[in-house]
Write a protein that binds this ligand. Structure first.
Ligand SMILES: *[C@@H]1O[C@H](CO)[C@@H](O)[C@H](O)[C@H]1NC(C)=O
Ligand SMILES: *[C@@H]1O[C@H](CO)[C@@H](O)[C@H](O)[C@H]1NC(C)=O
Length: 210
């Protein structure tokens, strides 16, 4: 009887251990928590409100970029974000431009469309595409780590959006260059995409010359 209890307890402990490991793995993919209100810049012992203010976006909506433009306010541009697990990117889409399929391994993205319209979508781990046509005022969420895109299909109007992230440094991995221009062997790519090496070379040429 005592022996049985010990085995049950052992199994319980193993289950708890596995759960703890799974949890700690999730925590590692997020910004670490800090043990103070905020982190001071190197070599300074005090800060004032200037440190907590970012003014780099003041003229951003006066600009009309000719190609798709993503402008970040992450902890590189705005050091006070260090340790706070949040950041912004302003996304500006001239007519018929897009942010190609990409993932954000560090953070969930919350996109708020300010002007224009955007076709957005993400693909979940069951390979299901969740797509939507947003209009100004709409908010769309891109779950952490899933491949997603935004496309301004309007041939005349610009689209402007703000993306908020649950990380002070939300890195983007863009799928086409990551897969095709990082040096993976042509034969491996041809087999992966069930096509021939010439087609792979054509795709690579398109990505490196545009
Ligand atoms: C910070 O202090 C270290 C030495 O205490 C010095 O080497 C470094 O240059 C300083 N950095 C800045 C940005 O002042
Ligand atoms: C705040 O600190 C900055 C330097 O970090 C300094 O240039 C500025 O004058 C300070 N402002 C006030 C109101 O003390």
């Amino acid at each position: 009887m005592g022996m049985t209890m010990t085995l049950v307890q052992l199994m319980m402990m193993m289950i708890i251990l596995v759960l703890a490991l799974a949890t700690s793995k999730r925590v590692l993919a997020s910004d670490p928590d800090i043990l103070s209100d905020y982190l001071l810049p190197q070599n300074s012992s005090t800060v004032n409100a200037t440190y907590f203010t970012y003014t780099g976006f003041r003229e951003i909506f006066d600009q009309t970029p000719e190609t798709f433009k993503a402008t970040k306010a992450s902890m590189v541009e705005f050091p006070a974000l260090n340790g706070q697990s949040v950041s912004y990117t302003v996304l500006q889409f001239p007519p018929s431009t897009l942010f190609p399929p990409h993932t954000r391994p560090d953070a969930t993205g919350l996109l708020f469309l300010l002007a224009g319209s955007l076709e957005v979508g993400f693909i979940d781990t069951k390979n299901v595409l969740h797509t939507q046509k947003l209009q100004a005022g709409d908010i769309f969420i891109f779950p952490k780590g899933l491949i997603h895109y935004q496309y301004n299909s309007d041939p005349q109007l610009r689209a402007t959006a703000i993306a908020a992230f649950g990380s002070a440094s939300a890195r983007a991995v863009t799928v086409p260059p990551s897969v095709f221009t990082s040096g993976v062997d042509d034969v491996i790519l041809a087999k992966s995409f069930k096509t021939d090496v010439d087609t792979i070379k054509k795709i690579k040429d398109g990505l490196t010359t545009s």
